[in-house]
Design a protein around this ligand. Structure first.
Ligand SMILES: [Zn+2]
Length: 406
């Protein structure tokens, strides 16, 4: 139990002073004014002068992206990659992220390892391997290579599937392995050797087939896209969420509105890749593509914010750049008020992943994913972005990970 805390309500953008938060069996069971008598039989922590808030959600990560040279990972043994992923997951939890949505790479094994407490880390909501067409954003082969090794022990973040039959099978395969969503590549990307940023990928028939399969399993499809053309094709096919979207325009905003789709910008990764992508292992020809989308990202966010779209926190960082996971708060604060950015990493993220009331709030019935910070993030987002100084406690599913409360 936590006592004497100011409890943050991200949806209302308010703090309630003098509260206690009672935790039992990994869940919050009571939130209310601090009473003098004890409650329950767990440890009692005094959070006087501090803010208790829900753990953060990062809705665009790759826990297996251990280097910015994604093609290199495919030749690693899964055991070595898992050791890397363990460090990446621990770093995320150290920064206050208690749920992550992995949008290519993570599988049911890593999610189970965290859920069972074998690895410290945030809850992993995974989509398995992202679907890509031949020569698309998920095809890591250089043009001179034809061999494609899709053995399950080759730890690729993606699966190549072409044609309606193959994409249906690929989607069903991810869903069979427990995927929380299906990720599809709608356009070219930065970290791929043979496609253009402004290409559109997959036919409408293939996209509709993937959406069909996800809906049949009561799941949703999320799409990687940059240009308005790619974003719009995805939304027209029924994709429920768009990743990146740096080069979208007003026509895309209209489609977001009419479909209710979510938007996950990932500004942190472009800033990171521009400044240190080469030294982190990104091949030079891919690094050059960063500058086609870098500046447009903020304008796209502003467009989406003005339109009132449901915007979710995402970072998409690779390799040694994961330490920049909290910089997305600072980048977004250039065009969004702090309360909006906080909602994107809590309540709006919860809606996207279908865990409303379970994550992103401090309330009875929620998982006990709790942070204690020594300030009010509604007034100063820096309270979140400098965890060594301000983050005093991290609890994930009722387990205390960090405790620096005096
Ligand atoms: Zn990504």
């Amino acid at each position: 139990m936590l006592r004497n805390a100011a409890v943050l309500d991200p949806e209302a953008g308010s703090l309630a002073e003098g509260q206690m938060v009672v935790v039992e069996d990994g869940q919050v069971v009571d939130v209310g004014p601090t009473r003098s008598e004890g409650s329950g039989n767990g440890a009692v922590l005094d959070a006087g002068g501090m803010t208790v808030m829900p753990g953060l959600v990062d809705a665009h990560v790759h826990v297996n992206a251990a280097t910015a040279d994604l093609a290199a990972i495919e030749a690693w043994p899964p055991s070595y990659l898992t050791a890397h992923a363990a460090g990446i997951l621990r770093g995320m939890l150290d920064r206050g992220f208690t749920t992550v949505r992995d949008v290519a790479g993570a599988d049911f094994g890593i999610a189970a390892a965290v859920a069972e407490g074998l690895l410290p880390g945030p809850r992993v909501l995974f989509g398995g391997r992202a679907l890509s067409q031949t020569g698309g954003h998920g095809d890591s082969r250089p043009p001179g290579r034809t061999v494609l090794d899709q053995h399950p022990c080759a730890p690729s973040l993606t699966v190549i599937a072409d044609g309606v039959t193959e994409v249906r099978r690929a989607a069903r395969e991810q869903l069979r392995r427990g995927a929380h969503h299906v990720k599809v590549m709608l356009s070219g990307g930065v970290a791929s050797p043979t496609d253009r940023i402004d290409s559109v990928q997959y036919s409408m028939g293939e996209l509709r087939a993937v959406v069909d399969e996800a809906r049949a399993a009561n799941r949703y499809v999320t799409g990687h896209a940059y240009t308005a053309a790619a974003v719009n094709r995805g939304l027209e096919a029924g994709v429920g969420c768009i990743e990146h979207g740096n080069l979208m325009d007003a026509s895309s905003v209209e489609l977001f509105r009419s479909t209710g789709a979510f938007y996950v910008p990932t500004l942190a990764t472009y800033a990171a890749l521009a400044s240190e992508g080469l030294e982190q292992g990104m091949p030079a020809d891919q690094h050059a593509k960063v500058f086609e989308v870098l500046d447009a990202g903020l304008a796209a966010l502003e467009l989406a914010h003005r339109a009132g779209l449901p915007i979710v926190y995402g970072t998409d960082l690779l390799g040694g750049m994961h330490r920049r996971q909290l910089t997305e708060f600072i980048l977004r604060a250039q065009v969004q008020p702090a309360a909006h950015v906080l909602r994107s990493a809590t309540t709006v993220a919860a809606r996207l992943v279908g865990l409303e009331g379970r994550i992103g709030v401090v309330a009875p019935g929620a998982f006990a994913d709790l942070l204690v910070v020594d300030g009010n993030p509604l007034e100063r987002l820096e309270v979140l972005t400098d965890p060594d100084r301000h983050l005093r406690l991290v609890m994930a599913a009722g387990r205390v990970h960090t405790n620096r409360l005096a």
